[in-house]
Design a protein around this ligand. Structure first.
Ligand code: UT7
Length: 408
């Protein structure tokens, strides 16, 4: 590996200073339906005692049939915009980290963009499994630091219950549904995201996998073990556990080195919520008390890319983060992919008050709903007219397109 003259890994050198990317808003959303360990014991051969002592999970939230990754992500995003007190129109970028998008395409981020009425934002999904939120946050922060954008919302949202094989006790007891979001904003003041270290080891691709239905491998006869559903998550729990206990401490140390900070400088670590034993091992490896690690596994289980922003929101609500605190995130999972980040907490913006912010956001959401309905109705009318008078329909469509371009 190439090193600088002083022998240090150049990828761990401090990042160049541009605008700072501060977290100025946060929000979460979980389904109301609760599935307890006792409920699961009625479905598969397991027990509350096994699940709690091996993982730390007591219950998890499960999306109702009317809920989706996009609807949970939207609720979390609206809550985050409320805290940030910014308008959807001010957003430049929306990134959704998810392994359970509503569709392969369009992106879940595009669905949320439309429903927020964030008509000046770019939107895309990012796939890095349980490390996705930290990856996405770093992508958005780098866009701010480079000066290419001024604000972004980063959402981790999942409906893991839709990709779980409910007959597989090795996985179905672990996961839950939910979403969390943070708003990032450019600022000249020091603080915000200081460093991130992203890593991947694709040689572990089969350890935690949701085989795509359309991939050539998944179509081969005998590609999956008998009884394995290709549209369901499969995991080699023991191997992933071994990987996680090895990399969490190491990865946080690397992010600290890059931020030129020490483990003693950290007020809090918000790790991916996979297993309390992984958190304990990481604390041991780093030589710190597990108390500085946030854990809400007991109530939500593993919500994949959503787990870090949900745990962050709860830590803020519990008063565990103060202005000026250095905190770290660490995500890890399928890929294998993992990532750590160090940031300095500055919290809510104390700039100019924005009068009627809430009312203006509500109006934007309502307008986005009307716009969507009008567009749907227009398309239906166009289809109807074209089926009756093919030439008139085409002319009307051209005229509408021309009018829209004139307005935009
Ligand atoms: O979010 C992405 C990252 N994911 C992770 O980090 C997950 C990492 N892995 C883990 O957290 C743990 O490996 C698990 C919680 C998944 C499993 O815990 P474990 O202590 O590694 O259990 P194991 O797989 O070694 O299984 C021990 C025993 C087995 O029985 P035998 O072979 O010893 O007779 C399993 O069949 O426990 C059995 N077992 C269960 N028993 C009751 C596995 N799942 C269950 C269950 N209830 N739900």
């Amino acid at each position: 590996m190439a090193t600088h003259g002083n022998g240090r890994d150049p990828r761990l050198l401090p990042e160049p200073q541009g605008a700072y990317a501060h977290v100025v808003g946060w929000g979460m959303a979980v389904p109301s339906q609760v599935l307890t360990n006792q409920d699961l014991a009625a479905i598969v051969e397991t027990s509350d005692e096994w699940i709690r002592t091996r993982t730390g999970v007591s219950e998890r939230r499960i999306a109702a049939s009317h809920e989706s990754t996009a609807s949970l992500g939207l609720r979390a995003a609206r809550n985050a915009l409320e805290v940030a007190n910014i308008l959807p129109l001010e957003l430049d970028l929306i990134v959704v980290a998810t392994s359970t998008p509503d569709n392969v395409f369009p992106s879940t981020a595009s669905l949320i963009q439309d429903q927020l009425g964030a008509t000046r934002a770019g939107a895309f999904d990012l796939s890095a499994a349980c490390a996705g939120f930290v990856y996405a946050l770093n992508m958005a922060a780098q866009s701010i630091r480079s000066g290419s954008i001024e604000s972004a919302i980063v959402i981790g949202a999942e409906t893991m219950s839709r990709i779980i094989d409910w007959r597989d006790r090795g996985t179905c007891v672990l996961f839950g549904d939910g979403a969390g979001a943070v708003v990032l904003k450019a600022s000249e003041s020091d603080g915000g995201i200081r460093s991130a270290v992203l890593r991947s080891d694709g040689s572990g691709r089969d350890l935690l996998i949701l085989p795509a239905m359309a991939s050539p491998e998944s179509q081969q006869p005998g590609a999956a073990p008998v009884g394995a559903r290709l549209d369901k998550l499969q995991m080699n729990g023991r191997e992933v556990y071994r990987f996680a206990t090895r990399i969490v401490g190491e990865s946080i140390s690397q992010a600290l080195e890059k931020a030129q900070l020490d483990i003693a400088d950290l007020a809090l670590v918000v790790p991916h919520q996979a297993n309390f034993r992984i958190i304990e091992a990481a604390a041991r490896n780093l030589g710190v008390s597990p108390d500085i690690f946030v854990s809400n596994l007991e109530r939500y289980g593993n919500t994949s890319a959503a787990s870090i922003p949900i745990a962050l929101c709860e830590a803020i609500d519990a008063g565990r983060i103060e202005e000026g605190d250095h905190i770290a995130f660490c995500g890890f999972g399928g890929g294998l992919a993992w990532a750590s980040m160090v940031l300095t907490w500055t919290g809510r913006e104390t700039g100019e008050p924005r009068p009627l912010g809430r009312q203006r956001r509500q109006l934007t959401y309502a307008r986005a709903g009307w716009r969507r309905r009008v567009r749907d109705w227009e398309r239906q009318m166009d289809d109807l007219v074209s089926s009756l008078h093919p030439r008139r329909g085409r002319l009307r469509r051209l005229r509408r397109r021309f009018e829209r371009q004139r307005l935009e």
